[in-house]
Design a protein around this ligand. Structure first.
Ligand SMILES: NC(=O)c1ccc[n+]([C@@H]2O[C@H](COP(=O)([O-])OP(=O)(O)OC[C@H]3O[C@@H](n4cnc5c(N)ncnc54)[C@H](O)[C@@H]3O)[C@@H](O)[C@H]2O)c1
Length: 366
């Protein structure tokens, strides 16, 4: 399955970024949206991205001009008829996406690949709306898609090997690192990233520390440049809350913390001011909450074979900039310490101890 021409449906934050990265790497891109203005803005955004890349010496002027020339506007799905791959990035709404796929099915070649950039919906559910669900899969980009190097390649119930191989090769050809994963809530990365942010909010709800103090502990323990509250303010707490709510189907452990609901539903931001130093014993308690709250969902997804330990760590390093990715960190801490960290959570939220706990120590060399 050779991919040369790519259609992008939805020219917002993600569609614009996906189109920019794809055209930069030599593919013809047709971009469409219900709003012509959004298409114009996406193409202008791509042109300015290439211009900045030239200024910074990352692209030469000829390559930037050629990339811009590969982006074409479209006002409807008909223009996507002969695309080899179509990536959907419209609003996160099941009915809307279903309608888009039904309409696309009516015009698209039978052998073209079709992908959704959904964050929260099941790829396998959306697949019902495309003729030939074996060619349908998730390509979950991370924001900003122009530069974030990770893409989760999500296998739906019916996705075939040829589609997975073609999508993986496409990601590599556009300078992205594909993370192959199963179609479960949160896929491989949000499955533990959302609980990591939720654990931070739970530590605050317990009155242990302020957001800024908790961020400092996270920086130290996970080797991140910015802590969970700072990052949530960039993502927007409302969007982060929606992503956590999407995981709630996985059980009590995944239900959002009290403050997460209050701040998210109010559309507020976390107040992250310069932190006062935290007493060592309190910092240790906060660290336990953050580590346990991150390790438990990682072990669960390993049990479910959502992705390999290497793939989860690669994603944590590339998309989240974790200097100490979770599987490597668990191996370093050892099985007894990881058991000490997750057991209170298993008790409180009535979760069975994950079987993968037995492999801690050699998760990365198993
Ligand atoms: N923003 C993120 O950080 C992020 C990250 C990963 C995945 N996603 C997912 O990507 C998708 C898009 O998110 P976004 O943040 O780019 O949204 P956005 O609101 O910025 O853009 C969505 C675009 O879809 C267009 N649209 C709506 N209905 C349409 C239709 N019928 N046909 C064509 N275009 C239509 C809108 O006009 C809008 O321009 C969602 O499924 C979201 O969950 C978002």
């Amino acid at each position: 399955m050779e991919i040369r021409r790519v259609g992008v449906i939805g020219a917002g934050t993600m569609g614009g970024g996906i189109a920019t990265a794809t055209a930069q790497h030599g593919f013809e891109v047709v971009i469409t949206d219900i709003s012509a203005d959004m298409v114009d803005k996406a193409i202008e955004g791509a042109q300015s991205f290439y211009a900045r890349a030239v200024e910074k010496g990352r692209m030469n002027a000829d390559a930037a001009e050629a990339a811009g020339g590969r982006l074409a506007k479209s006002s409807g799905l008909d223009d996507l008829a002969d695309c080899d791959l179509v990536i959907e990035a419209v609003f996160e709404d099941f009915d809307l996406k279903s309608e888009v796929f039904s309409k696309l099915s009516a015009v698209l070649r039978d052998d073209s690949l079709v992908a959704t950039n959904t964050s929260c919906l099941k790829v396998s559910d959306l697949a019902h709306h495309i003729s030939g669900p074996e060619r349908f899969l998730g390509l979950h980009y991370f924001s900003p898609a122009q530069i974030n190097p990770l893409v989760e390649v999500v296998r739906g119930d019916k996705t075939d090997e040829a589609a997975m191989a073609a999508a993986t090769a496409f990601c590599e050809a556009t300078g992205k690192h594909p993370l192959v994963c199963k179609d479960t809530y949160g896929f491989a990365i949000n499955r533990f990233f959302c609980p990591y942010t939720n654990a931070a909010a739970r530590a605050m709800d317990e009155g242990l520390a302020t957001p800024a103090q908790i961020d400092e502990v996270a920086k130290d323990r996970f080797g991140v440049a910015a802590g969970p509250f700072f990052v949530m303010n960039i993502i927007k707490p409302r969007i982060n809350l929606n992503a956590i709510r999407n995981l709630s189907a996985l059980g009590l452990f995944y239900t959002p913390a009290k403050s997460m609901i209050e701040v998210g539903d109010a559309g507020d931001s976390w107040i992250v001011t310069k932190p006062d130093p935290l007493a060592a014993d309190t910092a240790a308690k906060v660290a336990d909450i953050l580590l346990g709250g991150t390790f438990l969902p990682v072990l669960e997804e390993l049990d479910e074979e959502v992705a390999t330990p290497e793939a989860i760590d690669m994603g944590a390093e590339l998309a989240l900039k974790f200097g100490k990715p979770p599987c490597k960190l668990m191996d370093e801490l050892g099985r007894d310490e990881v058991a000490r960290l997750i057991e209170p959570l298993c008790m409180r939220y009535q979760v069975a101890t994950p079987q993968s706990l037995a492999r801690v120590g050699s998760l990365r060399n198993g």
